[in-house]
Design a protein around this ligand. Structure first.
Ligand code: MD6
Ligand code: FE
Length: 213
């Protein structure tokens, strides 16, 4: 029998060791939005200052044992939220489980996230090409969950000038990323004027789970 949903749930190896799992988190997506709201009540979204003195166009918060922060001193993981002086909200069990099973599905059975970074994008927000290299151990993958309005993910190679491939990330999509492409450059193109989702309007959220400490 023909699988009518094959298109919605396809998996793509976007580079060696990096997988786009279409719709992998679709069933939990609306619950995740509620959890994001609860986390943001404790540790609000804020636009970090880069070491170069620019305000990031996306806003960030996080949960777990630490979260990623940036200021004029540089990028780092901090166990306390510098805005509140308090520890970050705990990582909800449901999030940790989703991240573990997605990592397993992509061939990373030993992933145990200690950090989840939350990104919030509005119209025009983007993230330039960068490497995720502030974590202690690059043998662990990163698990990234997209929610809300769709955005174009740019996936390059190990060198900044490697031409990136482009992938549409929609509500419920998961990218798992590790092994040979763990340090590849990547980013997201500006959130488009017409991009929107019934649950979030013109806003996209991205959760990235990391084994950072
Ligand atoms: C984003 N993501 O999707 C930005 N990093 O909003 C990332 O920077 C990212 O999605 C590492 C692995 C997966 C990601
Ligand atoms: Fe990244």
């Amino acid at each position: 029998m023909q699988d009518l949903f094959a298109e919605d749930n396809a998996n793509f190896e976007i580079a060696p060791g990096a997988w786009l799992l279409k719709g992998y988190a679709a069933a939990q997506a609306s619950d995740l939005l509620v959890l994001i709201e609860q986390i943001a009540e404790q540790s609000p979204f804020r636009q970090h200052m880069t070491p170069g003195g620019h305000r990031m166009s996306s806003a960030q918060t996080g949960c777990g044992a630490a979260s990623w922060v940036s200021d004029r001193r540089g990028y780092r993981y901090d166990r306390l939220d510098p805005e509140t002086g308090q520890p970050w909200p705990a990582m909800p069990q449901a999030c940790a489980e989703l991240a573990c099973t997605a990592a397993q599905a992509a061939g990373y059975p030993d992933f145990i996230p200690d950090v989840c970074l939350l990104n919030q994008y509005t119209t025009g927000s983007r993230m330039g090409l960068h490497q995720d290299k502030d974590e202690q151990d690059f043998s662990a993958p990163i698990v990234s969950v997209s929610l809300g309005a769709e955005m174009t993910f740019l996936f390059g190679g190990p060198l900044r000038n490697d031409k990136p491939s482009r992938w549409k990330l929609e509500h419920g999509d998961v990218v798992v990323w590790g092994g040979p492409s763990r340090l590849n450059f990547h980013g997201v193109a500006p959130l488009g004027k017409r991009a929107s989702h019934p649950l979030t309007g013109a806003v996209r959220y991205n959760l990235t789970f990391r084994q950072a400490l």
